[in-house]
Design a protein around this ligand. Structure first.
Ligand SMILES: Cc1cc2nc3c(=O)[nH]c(=O)nc-3n(C[C@H](O)[C@H](O)[C@H](O)COP(=O)(O)O)c2cc1C
Length: 173
């Protein structure tokens, strides 16, 4: 599958078949994640792989009760390790690059999953403190995205996009 096909096929998918996602597949997803660009190549990402049923349920509750998260065979939580980039870039690293870099890694995971016949959903609505306490995250680590991943059990249509002409500016705003 080429990159354009993966970009167009990727859909936020919230129903999964009961089939497992192997460790090998998870490794492949993470290898795609860490090939994302990052400011100064500081790579301020950490990943938590969640398979334990109770941890998945606790995570779903922390995500404002989005219980579909707990139905995925595996959930990847993408975290921003702020000091790793703040070391070189100060506040801009901690508050901007750490989020941009982890967002890029997140999209790589979702595109790789699509290319592998898997699907997921970028979940960003959660209580940061609740997620941090589920995993015992250090205070300097911010959870950025929760990614339930599985074999798709639904194939939603792409929600409409605004026309390019409404969001494109030439030479000035
Ligand atoms: C930053 C961010 C946060 C999101 N948070 C949630 C969420 O909490 N729950 C959810 O079901 N989908 C969430 N989504 C998925 C969006 O609803 C979805 O990307 C959007 O409707 C477009 O659909 P598509 O991903 O299939 O193209 C989030 C997506 C992003 C990028």
């Amino acid at each position: 599958m080429d990159v354009f096909e993966a970009i167009n096929k990727r859909r936020s998918t919230r129903r999964y078949k009961s089939e497992n996602v192997s460790e090998e597949q998870v490794k492949k997803l993470l290898e795609a994640a860490i090939m994302a660009p990052s400011g100064g190549n500081m790579q301020p990402w950490d990943f938590i792989i969640v398979r334990d049923k109770d941890q998945k349920k606790a995570l779903a509750r922390a995500a404002l009760g989005q219980m579909f998260i707990a139905t995925a065979p595996v959930v990847i939580v993408v975290c921003a390790n702020k000091p790793r980039t703040a070391r070189r870039y100060g506040d801009r690293g901690a508050e901007l690059y750490s989020l941009q870099d982890t967002a890029a890694a997140t999209e790589n995971i979702l595109l790789a999953a699509t290319a592998m016949g898997l699907a997921g959903c970028w979940v960003g609505a959660f209580d940061d403190d609740a997620v941090s306490s589920v995993f015992g995250l250090p205070t300097y680590v911010r959870p950025v995205a929760i990614l339930p991943i599985g074999v798709p059990g639904e194939f939603p249509r792409a929600p409409p996009r605004m026309p390019l002409s409404d969001v494109t500016h030439y030479d000035k705003w």
